[in-house]
Design a protein around this ligand. Sequence first.
Ligand code: NOJ
Length: 565
Amino acid sequence: MHATRSPRRPRGWWRHGVVYQVYPRSFADGDGDGTGDLAGLRARLPHLAALGVDALWITPWYRSPMADGGYDVADYRDIDPAFGTLDGAERLIAEARALDLAVVVDIVPNHLSARHPWFLAALAAPAGSPERARFHFRPGRGESGALPPNDWRSEFGGPAWTRTTDADGKPGEWYLHLFTPDQPDLDWNHPAVRAEFESVLRFWFDRGVAGIRVDSANLLAKDPALPDLAAVADGSPHPYVDREELHDIYRAWRRIARSYPDERVLIGEIWIRDGARLARYLRADELHAAFNFAFLASPWEADRMRETIDASLATADRAGAPASWVLCNHDVTRTVTRYGRADTSFDFATVAPGIPTDLALGTRRARAAALLTLALPGSVYLYQGEELGLPEVEDLPPHARRDPVHFRSHGENPGRDGCRVPLPWSGQEPPYGFGPADTRPWLPQPGNWAPYTVEAQEADPGSPLWLYRRAVGLRRSLASLRDGAFRWIEAAEDVLAFRRGDELVCAVNFSARPQPLPAGHTVLISSEPAGDGTLAAHAAAWLVPSPPAGPGRPRGHTSTDGNPW
Ligand code: NOJ
């Protein structure tokens, strides 16, 4: 029997905690083979402790052919040898716990790897066999079955169906894959599929993980008739997005989470625009939380941000769940780059190479966004490198690219490699301490990343790293940021300002001009220098009412935390 304790977190930590996303391939490489691993991550846990986060979410670390960066799982109960061993994972969970960091793992239930034993068995078995019943195998259309069974498209481009070859060498049935052909979709109407994932959940909970991030959580259930999308009447349920059957699956998962004496949480990856629909996943007997992709996708504009924040808080309220705030992850353009563009919104459909970007502007806005995000009520998700202000790497050489999104779009989409470049830790040149000196990272790092290293930023009190450390630290120490009520306050045009509790004010200047700060307040932290009573262009600040003036005690916009501003 394995440890069933989760970290020493206060109950409900996930309602307001900060969760740091680790993409293990690119975090830190302990053995110098160019791929990040558990040894590297374990050695760098103190970085996360120093940042002050509550938890780390580790994207898939299981055995995988890595056709989609590990989201093609061949064994849900073992660690990929490139990353380490199950024993190493257990040590990592224990070491994180000792640093008071909860561990959240990623479960991929919509599909598995085409090299998973279940799918290999299905390919080896004939049409109509029990082995195939765990997937969506269908005959093709047309006289010789040469056309896919329906008109569904893969999320990554191209048809969502691939034809198999029978044992006699003749073309056979087709199977469904909403992502790449290396990721066959499971049939969630099959009891063995449900039983398997319930057992996988227990497997990781038994090893002490505090939570599970549920990949593609709104795609698992399919209309068994697999109708053409073109034939689905307006207003009818979508045949594979956000279907009613999903809720029963998550109710069963919540019962499992609840069966542990301490708290285990379920966090859904749910790309749904409609807040009312999203709230249904967050009912008290389903998932605990979901990523707020509306916030991530919103343009950096005062009105739009305000609308999104209001809508997100309303969704959370409706569900009795915490709001969550996320600016980037391993699937989207890094914030610093996106916010430097004319169109600062995010949409998978509009990702394209060669969009002009003003990185200095994007960096200022991303710093302001960090203070906005960390002042909002709910939980916050940070993506590795966000705390370093890393930009997207947009000029990866073609031979280095790995992301299937790039290849399936025939190069029209740059793909997601640019936000997955290994982290710079120290030194003046690649591999910047990502691994031992002669390491060649699996994606090449730019030659100009020396100022982005953790080492360089630790030495610079004005760096993004110190901004995040101070803000996360304040968020932990100020009760008003944990449970203080949220209330908008009046502000100039292009400025958003709100109060948390009775004290803390967060003000964000979306404009290109300095704006006055509220009178009688002291700046606790600001994303740009704020000493002269104004909030700089594209900047944010946290303020508290100034203490009454006394001898030798200046009133007004004074910094209190020892930062150089
Ligand atoms: C969402 C994950 O975040 C992404 O990286 C992956 O490609 C798809 N789900 C498919 O698993």
